[in-house]
Design a protein around this ligand. Structure first.
Ligand code: B12
Ligand code: SF4
Length: 508
């Protein structure tokens, strides 16, 4: 049996999560292959561990999951080293980054195959083809690779993207190999303390999203499709992790957990007596259609907070973002008030700094969004605000992406450029290299965020004691009330000193 070395590059400096991407891909080859795993989130020196495995001489595949951002800092140099020192090992990348930037990844010379979106069938099918000498890989869905044709003396390279499968029935996928993971890294190490509970389970219950927001990388992967596991199956898994490993709270990592009110209701009913808090991501216009009974049931079953893409208070931009056409600024406000009634904290994320034709229009948008955020805080001060600076995703054909291209923006063409100092933070949506945003604008947004986080510290940072939160608020109150956001060094240094945690970068 051939052997795979899976690698999860470091994504979080603390609080590692159950590595669901790796677990799900591993479940697809459980019966046909041997595998082991190195988790960059749990190793101080993951390369030594990788090399230890490779030096045994029985690894045939090095398979990595890669998100944009900091994961690239290990994914790129380690793949390069594997290619250099172990040239026979086949290198396969999967996940959002390679799916969206496949050409750059494949032309690097150190990644052989990219799994495009769900790997549940593509991964085992690819391994089968490679092991059985099948030359034509075109029949393997969800795969991107480089085909080399020899014409005369020239080798022509062509990036081939095979057909995409419809999303799979999530209830038919094999069970995740939790026990095997536990034998490599004790699962207890993944059940972190969050504001939801002392042993928080990260669970992924659905794939995709039925919407087509034009700034979102999920659209390019799942093409407005969504499939979810049944409430019973989610509940069974949760009970298993709870009983076997002691999990006592849940973070749902779905892009959109709440697509089906029926599923949410069934799940909430099952959870009523479990005494577990839970959190997930949803849409305002979807959940606003839920009945009051459902919202109450959700809260009774432990739903404490929901993450929503509020995006902006500007109705015109909301339309450009293609939020499905039904989310409006009035609804965003009314919904914050509705959530207050049910004691569920709405966590609103905003995307500031979208492109506009002139500099003054960009500034106008930024100022009006900041005013809008302040109004939301007045309506429901419990609302958690997450601020992103817009970073484009290659959403070909959308109005927003057309404006991005018109501005002259281009993604890096060389894979290693993604870890150059300028690009490194690009996908953290904090420091985008977009032509329409000046440094002053980015600073202004960041400074407002600092003052806002000072005046309203997040409840999800459990290390921040009430006393510290009070002091932060006190120190920020003059600036916040007088709207003086520039150079908030005193707040920044306190946040740095207390290692204030930004949920958008590290999770809770
Ligand atoms: C958990 C998570 C994190 C955690 C990671 C924690 C950890 N690993 O310990 C934290 C909170 C740190 C995080 C941070 C970020 N994240 Co993140 N994250 C996720 C999240 C919610 C879940 C990932 C997951 O487990 N999915 C479950 C598995 C089963 O699905 P999957 O990964 O898609 O896997 C399938 C396929 O993609 C494929 N596949 C995936 N990997 C591999 C590997 C191989 C070898 C193969 C063959 C196949 C394969 O097969 C799998 C099974 O079908 C996703 C959203 C989502 N629902 O996926 C966002 C997501 C991946 N993150 C995203 C981003 C942008 C980030 C950030 C860079 C920025 C940000 N502001 O969020 C930061 C910074 C990351 C960093 N510090 O490196 C984006 C990526 C979008 C894009 N632009 O490409 C996503 C999609 C969220 C979103 N909707 O925008 N993230
Ligand atoms: S609703 Fe959320 S996950 Fe779905 S397309 Fe829009 S931003 Fe992406």
């Amino acid at each position: 049996m051939k052997k795979i070395l899976f690698f999860n590059p470091r994504a979080a400096n603390s609080k590692p999560r159950i590595p669901n991407s790796i677990l799900q891909v591993a479940s697809s080859i459980e019966q046909s292959h041997r595998w082991t795993f190195v988790d960059g989130n749990l190793e101080t020196d993951p390369w030594t561990q990788i090399e230890l495995q490779l030096s045994k001489g029985d690894i045939n595949y090095f398979a990595l999951t890669v998100m944009p951002g900091p994961q690239l800092k290990q994914a790129i140099p380690f793949s390069k080293k594997v290619r250099l020192h172990y040239p026979d090992v086949v290198i396969i990348w999967g996940g959002y980054f390679p799916s969206n930037q496949s050409k750059t990844v494949l032309t690097s010379g150190f990644v052989d195959y990219v799994i495009n979106g769900p790997g549940d069938k593509a991964f085992p099918n690819l391994l089968y083809a490679l092991e059985n000498g099948l030359e034509d890989l075109n029949g393997i869905s969800n795969l991107i690779y480089i085909k080399k044709n020899k014409s005369g003396e020239q080798i022509q390279e062509q990036v081939i993207t095979t057909a995409k499968d419809e999303l799979y029935d999530q209830d038919e996928l094999p069970a995740l190999p939790y026990e095997k993971l536990n034998s490599i890294y004790p699962i207890s190490r993944y059940l972190g303390k969050t504001y939801l509970g002392s042993k928080t389970i990260a669970y992924h219950s659905s794939f995709g999203c039925p919407f087509t927001c034009s700034f979102c990388a999920v659209v390019t992967i799942s093409k407005a499709r969504w499939r979810g596991k049944s409430a019973e199956n989610i509940f069974k898994d949760i009970q298993f992790i709870k009983n076997k490993f002691g999990g006592n709270a849940i973070e749902f990592h779905d892009n959109n957990f709440f697509v089906s009110e029926k599923r949410t209701t069934e799940f909430s009913q099952l959870m009523l007596h479990e005494n577990m808090n839970w959190w997930g991501e949803g849409r305002i216009d979807t959940i606003d259609k839920y009945s009051d009974e459902t919202l109450k049931l959700m809260r009774d079953s432990g739903c404490r907070m929901i993450f929503f893409g509020a995006e902006t208070g500007n109705d015109e931009i909301l339309k450009k973002m293609d939020k499905g056409g039904t989310q409006s600024s009035a609804q965003i406000k009314a919904f914050a008030a509705r959530m207050k009634k049910f004691d569920i904290v709405p966590e609103y994320s905003f995307v500031l700094g979208t492109p506009a034709d002139t500099e003054s229009q960009v500034w106008k948008q930024i100022h009006s969004d900041i005013e809008f955020i302040r109004q939301i805080k007045e309506i429901n001060p419990e609302t958690e605000i997450i601020i992103y600076v817009y970073s484009p995703v290659p959403a070909e054909g959308s109005e927003l992406y057309d404006a991005v291209l018109r501005s002259g923006f281009r993604f890096p063409e060389k894979l290693e450029d993604w870890i150059a100092p300028g690009w490194e933070k690009f996908d953290l949506r904090k420091n985008p290299l977009t032509p329409w945003l000046t440094k002053e604008m980015v600073d202004y947004i960041k400074n407002f965020e600092t003052v806002l986080n000072g005046y309203y510290p997040t409840v999800s940072d459990i290390r921040l004691s009430p006393r510290k939160a009070k002091l932060l608020r006190f120190m920020s109150s003059f600036r916040y009330t007088k709207k003086i956001y520039n150079f908030p060094y005193e707040i920044k240094s306190l946040q740095k000193f207390w290692k204030y945690r930004q949920p958008e970068i590290e999770g809770f």
